[in-house]
Design a protein. Structure first.
Length: 81
């Protein structure tokens, strides 16, 4: 099973990480940390761009970008004695 995903409208202009960090008012390193923590959707041919509409949504309500990870499932292992 995959974690719950939400669809966000991604409309341009599109920005790279450095421009997105500047747009949001963070340093590039801190923005990268926040983007991975909040799982901000990326787009573009190499998944390196952020849509301005997505960043606006994230800045207005960041909690909608936090997805709970599924708990790891334990499996039994056979032991030979």
């Amino acid at each position: 099973m995959k974690p719950e995903t939400k669809e966000f409208i991604q409309e341009g202009p599109f920005m790279n990480g450095k421009a997105a960090a500047e747009y949001c008012g963070y340093s590039h390193d801190h923005f990268r940390h926040l983007a991975s923590e909040y799982q901000i959707p990326r787009c573009g041919p190499r998944n390196t761009r952020y849509a301005r509409s997505t960043l606006d949504t994230w800045m207005s309500s960041p909690n909608c970008f936090i997805f709970k990870a599924l708990p790891k499932r334990r499996t039994l292992k056979k032991l030979e004695v």
